[in-house]
Design a protein around this ligand. Sequence first.
Ligand code: GAF
Length: 353
Amino acid sequence: MPIPTIRPGTAILARAPGRVNLIGEHTDYNGGFVLPVAIPQQTTVEVVPREDLRVRVFSADMNEEREYVLGQEKEGQGWLDYVQGVTLLLAKNGYLLRGFDVRIGSEVPLGSGLSSSAALEVSLLRGLRQAFGLQLDDVKLALLGQKVETDFVGAPVGIMDQMASSLADQKAALFLDTRTMQHERVPLPEGMELIVIDSGVAHQHAAGDYKVRRAECERAASMLKVNQLRDLTEADLPKAMALPEPLGRRVRHVVTENARVLASVDALRAEDLPRLGQLLNASHESQSRDYEVSIPEIDLLVKLAQQEPDVYGARLTGGGFGGSIIAAAKAGSGAKAAAQVSTIQARRPNCGG
Ligand code: GAF
């Protein structure tokens, strides 16, 4: 049942895309480099300002209507926390709001590692920016979206997803230095197309494993007496590998992954797709072996994709423990390769085995 006050033509419409990360995984909360791309699937919000302080929210995906009063946001309300977190964080940062009705609809699949939550935060922040004339540039908007997750939802994520949803497009990868927030768009070569395959295993960043990885990185950085793992290079790895298990392997992933992002930017600029493919494959190996964020279903999809003749390389994308894989394929061959991988995977009785 849609919110009755939202009539066609009366609402402010705003959208934001999900993202797929080409390479640079679990580097953002370590101050490192990432290289995400926007996906075609978007989240759309329709906002109608009100005269009072009430917020009425209709989620088309949940087919559910909820409401609250500005200033009375309360954690622990499921999907509504993303909306409550946005209004609370805006108020805390001095932005004046009135109440509003909002209808939310999303094409970004939930729990697929494609940033459905960032797409929701960014689309809502865009809608409210327009509705209430908020002075908010795209980077500040992304930073607020991240704070919604870390301070309200309770998921200690980095800045990649909100920056990608706010600033990336489908034709270029957003090369972002998460320490300085400097960013640059690196065009995707015409000879390549990207494939994304959802494993169907949902993940959750507010849950344990992502938090554990982040804590391990912070512990390793403190034991190695650096501010963040970004400050280390390959020359530091012998020292890192002497840390208690599994800290050395966690450090090795982050250090080598940062180097792989830089090498991937060079490969994209040189349109050296075989080289890009090797880097994607090496990233997956490192995520699976050293960072231990892959699962058997994902390892299988990656292996099948890597075996396709027109695929340059493939890896787990996003936070892991489920979610999706990304593969770089020869232009014009992506759909066929993806169909082939899905067909072979579906024929396996135990997809891990
Ligand atoms: C999730 C997080 F939200 C990102 O900040 C990032 O850490 C990613 O996992 C792993 O690279 O998407």
